[in-house]
Design a protein around this ligand. Structure first.
Ligand SMILES: Cc1ncc(C[n+]2csc(CCOP(=O)(O)OP(=O)(O)O)c2C)c(N)n1
Ligand SMILES: [Mg+2]
Length: 820
């Protein structure tokens, strides 16, 4: 909602008719003179040879999957193989117009795209760079095996390397492109511009958009192609990615010098099916996929349908579209029609399509027809092409022999998988050292910085009385200071989400940042939680630092895949080759009822590969966000709306003005005591402090209060030390009790310190209900009395205590039985 753009009722209420742009369909016409000029005879032959490489590669996999053997080699490939027999021209044609700096992302069916992109890039790189890349990659582990395949020169070796690296990855070998941790559906090789392929249908769309944002914001060369299937047009995240990629602001509001819209080409490999569902006439209603562009923007996304059975038609379209993208006029949509003659996967009985239909497409086979074309046009002799095919097969035999051999190609060990789950890096700045951080003003001139300067960084005055609320340095100020620091230190850092800019962040955390930062470093996103997080994933894996925000924790559901399958898994699926410096700020709400008030930290805790922090004080808000923003791992950073206003009540020296970090994973002791430990996560800390006060005053019991503040990683040492002393542990947080992360803490403590415990560990969470209206929230969130009563009933009877709530073991059992 920039003030510079006025929504004028006179304009928007005017009568009229909306004309949509015409969308070209299959307009390519063969012109051998032009094609020769562009590619040369060798280039045209290479296109065919790359298509044959894919065809032979996929046929080989098909043979292993169906018969367990190929050319006398026996092998049981247990994993998936979504083959692209029939789709070769679409992949090779595309890559014929791409440079090594152009990146492609793909889907479960991307073996062909990996091969096409890497083969094309390898021929465009200077030989020395090509060889150095192969030598460096995985410390030479892939090359050492690949070079056993007979080859003549560097280019030949590169072809062997590409075919072997891809196959070894599919067969889960340590020498594979991702050390076997990606496998068939996730394999990729970034040095040649092949970026992650995604087993989640449409999963690449928002990630590729983020990578394109990275290129644009950081002025990097090249475009990004998102290869997804036609059926993915039905996926919300794909639509969200298209919305995020086509926002007007890139051209209307961002500095011209940045270059316009992110350079992304949404290329739909339209084979007319999503498994057995026919998108054309059954499961979608667009008629022609390219039509969708008309619903997005006045340029209709420059959409076109292109004949993916003719590699030259695809190459020509991609070349034209690339120009549009480089000029910042994207995004672009291509509806690349193709057909997979092979089944969706080897178990596919093709029950959903007719034999006649398959035969029609077989009759149009692009490998056969393009060979005929080259022969007819006297670009190549038939025998020459057949000799080239034999070479391809020979190389493939060499790769297969190695990739199927346990001796030549061992698999990774568990310790290696463990080592790549998190990267645990610490980097002051990403990107090249010469770049300056783009700021609009010196931070010292910033209005928010000036306002904060006069605030009390400790909540209590010298007399011990609380400073008035708005004079206190608040939790949100701590977050602001951490953000501003890293924006200044890291030129790649960019933040986006809903209401991030002029509004000042939904909860005023970012107030002041609008003045400090150009648009491309802080911007409002479409209401597309999946794409907000997913583009953050793409931005981060491309090499930048991204901070994205979800207004309410409950909206994590909308970005479930991006958090739980993407942010969490790409570091490890890449064998540690990719880093994920992504912070997802998530606000845990209250007052707005059931769909805006739930603490979902347990879901994040359950997903390997994510870090989860939950500060409860201004000191930690700043120190923990500082920590997250220097790291290289994905961090889900929980904040509580109950806390944005609180001042610092624990660090008597106040929140430091300078930079500091909280030690990762280490809980903080907020109150010392020897009789009982109360450990909390999030805002419940303050209820625990009240409870400890009552225990001391009424029952002469000293409770030790520990703020866990970290969910993952979590160092149990502080907690175990405390339990050793007190023998008793109550755990409390605002997360609904059933499945709460606190149960993991409870069972871990019982595993590690059973002998130290004098009573079972008690867990108190919110009720297993909807969060009711603000007026009834006390029925839902843990209250001081709940904690006191739980201690009395389940840990240590408090003399003379009369419970006000029911926290007995019988009640725990009753609720469980009723499912509440
Ligand atoms: C989110 C999600 N839903 C369902 C699946 C199962 N699935 C795998 S591939 C596929 C069909 C995808 O069709 P399309 O996007 O057109 O790609 P194609 O298989 O035709 O290459 C389905 C439904 C999945 N992997 N991810
Ligand atoms: Mg499809």
């Amino acid at each position: 909602m920039p003030k510079s753009i006025v929504v004028n009722p006179q304009t928007v209420r005017k009568a009229g008719v909306l004309e949509t742009t015409r969308i070209p369909l299959n307009q390519y016409r063969s012109d051998i003179q032009a094609e020769r000029k562009r590619f040369g005879a060798d280039g045209l032959k290479r296109i065919w040879i790359d298509m044959v490489t894919i065809r032979e590669f996929e046929s080989m996999l098909n043979s292993f999957k169906i018969q367990g053997t190929w050319k006398g080699i026996e092998y049981n490939h247990k994993g998936p193989a979504h083959l692209s027999i029939g789709q070769e021209a679409a992949a090779v044609g595309q890559c014929a117009s791409l440079e090594p700096d152009d990146w492609i992302f793909g889907s479960h069916r991307s073996h062909g795209e990996i091969l096409a992109k890497c083969l094309s890039a390898s021929r465009r790189l200077p030989e020395r760079e090509l060889v150095a890349t192969m030598e460096r990659f995985l410390g030479g582990d892939t090359l050492r095996v690949a070079e056993k395949i007979p080859h003549k020169g560097a280019l030949d070796l590169a072809e062997a390397f590409i075919v072997f690296g891809t196959l070894a990855e599919i067969f889960a070998r340590q020498a594979g492109f991702n050390r076997g941790l990606g496998g068939s559906m996730h394999a990729f090789f970034t040095p040649f511009g092949s970026y992650p392929n995604n087993a989640i249908v449409g999963g690449s769309a928002d990630i590729a958009t983020g990578a394109a944002l990275f290129k644009r914001i950081n002025r990097k060369r090249g475009i990004v192609v998102c290869n997804v299937g036609d059926a993915s047009m039905g996926c919300g995240p794909v639509w969200e990615a298209i919305c995020l990629a086509s926002m007007d602001q890139y051209r209307a509001l961002w500095d011209r010098e940045v270059g316009g819209a992110p350079p992304i080409l949404f290329n739909f490999m339209n084979n007319f099916y999503g498994m057995g569902g026919q998108t054309d006439s059954e499961t979608m209603g667009y008629g022609v996929l390219a039509r969708v562009g008309a619903g997005v923007n006045p340029e209709a996304m420059h959409a076109e349908r292109v004949d993916g059975y003719n590699p030259l038609a695809v190459a020509e379209a991609v070349e034209r579209k690339k120009q549009i993208l480089v000029e910042g006029r994207g995004p672009v949509l291509l509806d690349t029609i193709t057909y997979r003659v092979s089944g969706h996967s080897p178990s596919d009985a093709s029950s959903y399509r007719s034999k006649e239909e398959i035969e029609l497409w077989q009759a149009a086979d692009p490998v056969v027809h393009f060979a005929d074309y080259l022969v007819e046009q006297k670009v190549a002799a038939r025998a020459e092409l057949e000799a080239a095919r034999s070479e391809v097969v020979e190389r493939l035999v060499g790769a297969v022999k190695l990739a199927t051999s346990d001796a030549a190609c061992p698999r990774a060990e568990g310790a290696f998988i463990e080592s790549v789950m998190l990267s645990n890096g610490k980097l002051e700045r990403l990107g090249d050292d010469s770049r300056k951080s783009e700021l609009l003003q010196n931070p010292s001139e910033n209005p928010r910085v000036k306002a904060i300067a006069s605030k009390a960084r400790y909540a209590f005055g010298p007399d011990g009385k609380p400073v008035s609320k708005n004079k206190q340095f608040q939790y949100r100020d701590g977050l602001f200071e951490a953000m501003l620091h890293r924006f200044a230190a890291d030129p790649t850092m960019s933040a986006w989400g809903e209401e991030n800019r002029d509004w000042g962040g939904a909860f005023a955390v970012y107030r002041g940042l609008t003045e400090a930062l150009p648009y491309h470093r802080l911007f409002n996103a479409s209401i597309s939680e999946g794409a907000i997080v997913g583009s953050g994933v793409g931005y981060a894996l491309a090499g930048g630092r991204a901070v994205v925000e979800l207004m309410y924790c409950d909206f994590m559901g909308r970005s479930g895949d991006e958090l739980f399958n993407q942010a969490s898994k790409w570091q490890s699926m890449s064998a540690g080759l990719l880093k994920m410096p992504l912070v997802v700020r998530v606000s845990v709400g209250n007052k707005y009822g059931a769909q805006h008030s739930q603490d979902w930290s347990a879901l994040v805790a359950h997903i390997p590969g994510l870090k989860a922090y939950f500060p409860a004080t201004p000191y930690d808000a700043k120190g923990m966000l500082n920590l997250a923003l220097r790291g290289t791992d994905p961090v889900v950073f929980f904040e509580s709306q109950l806390l944005y206003d609180v001042g610092e009540q624990f660090e008597a020296k106040g929140v430091p003005t300078g930079y500091y970090e909280v030690p990762e994973g280490v809980p903080a002791v907020r109150r010392k005591g020897a009789d009982l430990t109360i450990a909390t996560i999030g805002a419940t800390l303050y209820k625990a402090m009240e409870t400890a006060q009552v225990l001391a005053e009424r029952y002469q019991l000293e409770a030790e209060v520990i703020d866990l503040r970290f969910i993952c990683p979590l160092d149990y040492e502080v907690l175990l030390e405390s339990v050793k002393k007190t023998g008793r542990l109550l755990l409390a947080s605002d997360a609904a009790e059933r499945g709460s992360f606190l149960h993991t803490v409870a069972s871990t403590v019982q595993t590690l310190a059973f002998d130290d415990l004098d009573a079972p560990v008690a867990v108190v969470g919110s009720r297993n209900w909807i969060t009711p209206a603000a007026e009834m929230e006390e029925l839902y969130f843990p209250q001081k009395d709940w904690l006191l009563d739980a201690i009395h009933e389940r840990i240590l009877p408090l003399p003379g205590h009369t419970p006000r709530t029911t926290q007995t073991v019988g009640e725990v059992a009753r609720r469980a039985k009723r499912g509440v």
